[in-house]
Design a protein around this ligand. Structure first.
Ligand code: GLV
Ligand code: MG
Length: 346
């Protein structure tokens, strides 16, 4: 089977931006746990190997009184859990530190890099406003890594959850070679934009389009005027995906707070997957399976993509397959699908 490189090297014009030299380990589900909660922390060892990423959350959802316990709890979890974090571990270890303007952000970074920097794969930074926030974290990480004698750089992931962050999304993506990816933070972003919602991610029944009436009879008008709920996050996700693709880093959806509504959760995740995201957050164990399923390409789509790759031969010209025209552009889409399937099965 040819790989994307075979095609993109000679056909460089219009080829997708290659991913930067960042480890392309699967991260379909980033499962959040609160390290200050002993019950949650105790479950972590059993989850290693069954989820792509475990993230010790120190920021929102951890009470102010528990911030130090959460930080210390994460150090203990990382030290005491075999196979969690570090090169070639089956489950990556990430953390979400407190915001850079909070009383805890600096100490979070200092303690974690010093104590468990060899296990920590990615630091998620909330409420990033612009490149300056990433520059600050980048410099600090460099100092702390040097002091701790670490030989593997810790990567940085930014949450897009302020209007200013959204406007600066491109400079944020390109602010450091440590940038691993971006997540959408729909709850904080909604508040910052003064959207009229009260939820953590997902849709809203009031955000809809209504079909024009086809008839002038009042009865028919009422029956015919079907409504369709729209995706509140379409623009934002697409904007984030473009910025990430331009800089060769990974885009993610974010939290879906209605844990009971697994159908709407799956729909939201799938929309993000189809638009280009590689993964999402999981706030409850039942969202892990949904994320792993949605962010893995369907076997029938992969089989079709492989047929197109074979049918396209040297990659030039056009062929007809099942009555549909395939060419260089559909080949490139199929290679994205095949590469993702290969990465996930590696
Ligand atoms: C996540 O942090 C959010 O604000 O949605
Ligand atoms: Mg937030």
């Amino acid at each position: 089977m040819r790989s994307a490189k075979d095609f993109f090297a000679p056909l460089a014009v219009g080829a997708p931006t290659p991913l930067r030299e960042i480890p392309t380990r699967p991260s379909r589900a980033i499962h959040f746990f609160d390290p200050s909660n002993p019950k949650m922390a105790a479950k972590v060892p059993d989850m290693v190997g069954s989820v792509d990423v475990l993230l010790g959350n120190l920021e929102d959802a951890v009470k102010a009184d528990n911030k130090l316990a959460a930080r210390q709890g994460l150090v203990e979890v990382a030290r005491g859990t075999e196979g969690l974090g570090g090169p070639d571990s089956p489950t990556q270890l990430w953390t979400r530190v407190n915001a850079l303007d909070s009383p805890w952000g600096l100490d979070d970074l200092t303690t974690l890099v010093t104590e468990i920097g060899d296990r920590l794969d990615v630091v998620m930074v909330p409420k990033v406003q612009g490149a300056e926030d990433i520059h600050y974290v980048d410099r600090l990480l460099a100092q702390l890594e040097a002091k701790a004698g670490l030989d593997r750089p810790i990567l940085v992931h930014a949450i897009l959850e302020t209007a200013r962050g959204m406007v600066n999304v491109e400079e944020i993506c390109g602010a450091s070679p440590r940038m691993q990816g971006l997540s959408l933070g729909p709850a904080d972003l909604a508040a910052d934009r003064r959207m009229k919602t009260t939820r953590v991610g997902g849709g809203h029944p009031g955000y809809l389009v209504r079909q024009d009436p086809l008839s002038s009879s009042p009865e028919d008008v009422a029956r015919e005027r079907a409504t369709h709920q729209q995706d509140l996050w379409h623009y934002t996700i697409a904007r984030m995906v473009d910025a990430c693709a331009m800089h060769g880093i990974f885009p993610y959806y974010g939290p879906f707070g209605d844990i009971a509504d697994v159908v709407a959760c799956e729909d939201q995740f799938r929309n993000a997957f189809l638009l280009g995201c590689v993964g999402t957050w999981s706030l409850h164990p039942k969202q892990i399976a949904i994320a792993h399923r949605v962010f893995s390409p369907a076997p029938e789509d992969v089989a079709h993509a492989r047929r197109v790759v074979e049918a396209m031969g040297d990659g030039t010209g056009a062929v007809m397959l099942d009555g549909k025209m395939e060419d260089d552009a559909s080949l490139k889409q199929c290679l994205v699908m095949v590469e993702l399937a290969e990465q996930l099965s590696a």
